[in-house]
Design a protein around this ligand. Structure first.
Ligand code: NAP
Length: 267
């Protein structure tokens, strides 16, 4: 049997075991996907056990960086983003499927006028993904301005030119932007950006990494703007995990199971 799991702290909220186990069952694959909650203080004691007992695993908060010294190979994107979320145990290879999932889910449109909100781990995956598809200039806004400046410096190293601004300039910046990408956690608990419909009227696309409905997504939809929510990035990073682990991929079935499980969660 092929064994996989997700490691993190906490992980009990994760939909991954339900999605993968149902998928394995439906394609008659001899596989199992479990959950390993590892508190930060136990990480060094437990990580070798994870490599020994699982063929592959996903890594979530707070271990995405801590796993790096335990790897022998790191995929280029994961190295640049500085975070691992998918590991193959036999060769100790680490990948970042967040950026891959972003690339697979980002609509093919005119990519001029991209505004990215946030400067955390997800922002890095998204910015790297944007560069991979050929975008070379974006405006980045973050609540903590110094973090936006750090990302500007980081992105220079792979040819992405960032204009960094504090988040409170968003209304002005939106006058010139066409695509708004939210990589912050704002909206996860219904929080709102300080924006009215008028502020969004220039936009063609809102891409929000939050899996569930947010006020920003709702406002965009009400205005007839194309809105892509975080379920698309999540689904597509899961597809990339299956490929990396060499699990047979039947995309239509995997999509059906993903939609079914996610639909039963908060939406
Ligand atoms: P992170 O590294 O902690 O970064 C959080 C970001 O959100 C920072 O830029 C932070 O700004 C900003 N922020 C938080 N609260 C804010 C507020 N009240 N007002 C303005 N800005 C605020 O987190 P992360 O790992 O990047 O994750 C961000 C979100 O992405 C989470 O909701 C996560 O669930 C989601 N995510 C989705 C996917 C997917 O597949 N769809 C994948 C990964 C993550 P400061 O720098 O000022 O603190």
């Amino acid at each position: 049997m092929e064994k996989f799991c997700i490691i993190g702290y906490p992980v009990s909220h994760s939909a991954s075991p339900k999605i993968y186990n149902e998928y394995f069952k439906r394609i008659n694959y001899d596989g199992f996907y479990g959950m390993e909650e590892i508190a930060p203080e136990n990480f060094e004691n437990r990580i070798d056990h994870i490599f020994e007992h699982y063929d592959g695993f996903n890594v979530t908060i707070p271990h995405k960086e801590r796993v790096i010294p335990h790897l022998k190979m790191i995929e280029e994107g994961a190295r640049i983003v500085g975070a691992i979320n998918c590991v193959v145990s036999k060769n100790r290879k680490g990948c970042n499927t967040d950026w891959m999932g972003f690339v697979r889910s980002f609509p093919k449109t005119d990519w001029n006028g991209i505004i990215v909100l946030g400067a955390g781990g997800t922002a890095r995956a998204v910015i790297y993904g944007l560069r991979k598809i050929g975008v070379s200039r974006i405006t980045l806004l973050n609540r903590t301005y110094t973090k936006a400046l750090s990302l500007k410096k980081w992105a220079d190293s792979f040819g992405m030119e960032i204009t960094a601004k504090p988040l409170d300039t968003l209304k002005q910046v939106l006058k010139y932007g066409k695509i708004l990408i939210n990589t912050t956690s704002v909206g996860m608990r219904g929080e709102k950006f300080d924006l009215s419909m008028k502020d969004l009227e220039n936009l063609n696309l809102i891409y929000d990494v939050i899996y569930f409905k947010t006020p920003l997504q709702e406002m965009g939809k009400a205005m007839g703007i194309k809105v892509v929510d975080g379920k698309e990035m999540l689904y597509n990073q899961a597809v990339e995990n299956l490929k990396i682990w060499d699990v047979p991929l039947v995309e239509s079935l995997f999509r059906e199971i993903f939609n079914d499980v996610m639909g039963k969660m908060r939406s």
